[in-house]
Design a protein around this ligand. Structure first.
Ligand code: MTE
Length: 324
C-alpha cells in the first residue's frame, strides 16, 4: 500500500502470449463461467465450475471451496507483477524482481500467547491436499484498485483450532519474516519492521478467512506472499499480511504496522467501506486492474467488498465510521 501516492500507474495492459493462451484454455473449459455473466456476486459451490486450475500446477487437483465469486479473473500476469510488498520495495513493479530469490523452504511458524499448543510448526504440516481449497476472492486495496484472484488455501480456523486458543484469546496477531538480508526493503525505515497485522478472533475464525498458499493452481509466487499469507476478502488489502512466521493469540487488540505508521488513516478493522473516505482520497469507487483502461469509469465499491451477507453481523452495534 502506498500512503503517499494514490494514483499509481496501471500495470501493463498487454497480456503476454502464455497468459493469453492459458486464459483462452480456461475460458474454453469454463463455458459456465463465461455464461454466468455479472449475476450474483457470490454463488453456492454447486453453481460454480472448478475451472481455474492450472492443469500442470502443483495444486491442480484442489477442490473448489465455498464463497467464490464468479467475476472475471484478473490475469496471472497482473496478479504477479503489480504488488504491494514493502519488504521488497515500495514500487508496485519491484516485488516481482526483488523477491525472485526469496527462500521460502523450509518454513516454520511460531505460535505463542493465549493457547494450549504453542510451539514451532512446519508449514508442511498444513499443506495436506485434502485440506486445501480454491476460492476466487476479490482483493480490494486501500488505494482504490481491485483484483479477482483464484486463491488456493485452507480456512484459517482449521489451522488456529489446532493450537487450541484459550478464552483469553480475543485477537490474533500475525507477523511477517524479518530478514533484511533477504528483504532489502527492511533496510529502510518505511515501516516499523516486521510487518504486523491482526484480526479479532471471530474474524479469524470466520469461514471466509483463509491462509493462501497458492493462486491459479500454482504455489504462491514470492511477490504474493509466499509461502503463506492471510486473505480476509472483506478487508482492505493491507490486512492480508504476507510471508507469515508468527501467530500470537492475545487478549489485547494488536497495533498493526499501518496503525503505527498512520493511525488516522489506517484502522484496526479496515473493512472495505465505501462510506468512509481515506483522509486523503475517496473509497467509494475502484479500478479493476487489467480490465479497465486508465481513463475508464471506475466501478462502485461494495460494502465489505461484497461479502456483507457473510460478515456484516460480526460488526452489529459497532459504529463503522469510527471503527474503520
Ligand atoms: N504484507 C507484508 N508483509 N508487506 C506488505 O507490504 N502489503 C499489503 C498486503 N500484505 C504488504 C503485505 C497490501 S497494502 C496489499 S494491497 C496486499 O498485501 C497486496 O497483495 P498482492 O501483492 O498479493 O496483491
Amino acid at each position: 500500500m502506498l500512503i503517499k501516492k494514490p494514483d499509481d500507474i496501471v500495470p501493463s495492459e498487454i497480456t503476454d502470449k502464455k497468459t493469453y493462451l492459458n486464459r483462452r484454455q480456461f475460458l474454453q473449459e469454463a463455458g459456465l463461467y463465461a455464461a454466468a455473466g455479472a449475476g450474483s456476486l457470490l454463488l453456492p459451490v454447486s453453481a460454480q465450475a472448478a475451472v481455474t486450475h492450472n492443469k500442470n500446477g502443483l495444486y491442480k487437483d484442489i477442490a473448489t471451496g465455498p464463497y467464490a465469486t464468479n467475476e472475471k479473473l484478473t490475469s496471472y500476469k497482473d496478479i504477479t507483477s503489480y504488488n504491494n510488498f514493502y519488504e521488497f520495495g515500495t514500487q508496485k513493479q519491484a516485488p516481482k524482481f526483488m523477491a525472485e530469490k526469496f527462500v521460502t523452504k523450509p518454513w516454520s511458524i511460531t505460535v505463542e500467547g493465549e493457547c494450549d499448543k504453542s510451539g514451532v510448526y512446519n508449514l508442511e504440516d498444513f499443506l495436506k491436499p485434502a485440506d486445501l481449497e480454491e476460492r476466487i476472492y476479490r482483493l480490494r486495496c486501500v488505494e482504490a484498485w481491485s483484483m479477482v484472484i483464484p486463491w488456493i488455501g485452507f480456512p484459517l480456523h482449521t489451522m488456529l483450532k489446532k493450537f487450541q486458543p484459550n478464552s483469553k484469546a480475543k485477537y490474533v496477531l500475525f507477523e511477517t519474516l524479518h530478514d533484511p538480508k533477504q528483504m532489502p526493503g527492511q533496510k529502510r525505515a518505511v515501516l516499523d519492521w516486521p510487518y504486523v497485522e491482526g484480526l479479532r478472533i471471530d474474524e479469524a475464525m470466520h469461514p471466509l478467512t483463509i491462509m493462501a498458499v497458492g493462486l491459479y493452481g500454482e504455489q504462491l509466487p514470492n511477490q504474493n506472499g509466499a509461502p503463506l499469507r492471510l486473505m480476509a476478502p472483506w478487508k482492505y488489502g493491507f490486512k492480508n499480511i504476507k510471508s507469515i512466521v508468527k501467530i500470537h493469540f492475545t487478549e489485547k487488540m494488536p497495533v498493526s504496522s499501518w496503525m503505527k505508521s498512520a493511525s488516522s488513516e489506517y484502522g484496526f478493522y479496515a473493512n472495505v467501506n465505501p462510506n468512509v473516505d481515506h483522509p486523503r482520497w475517496s473509497q467509494a469507487r475502484e479500478r479493476r486492474i487489467g480490465e479497465d483502461g486508465f481513463f475508464s469509469k471506475k466501478r462502485k465499491t461494495l460494502m465489505f467488498n461484497g461479502y456483507g451477507e457473510q460478515v456484516a453481523s460480526l460488526y452489529n452495534g459497532m459504529d463503522l465510521s469510527k471503527n474503520f
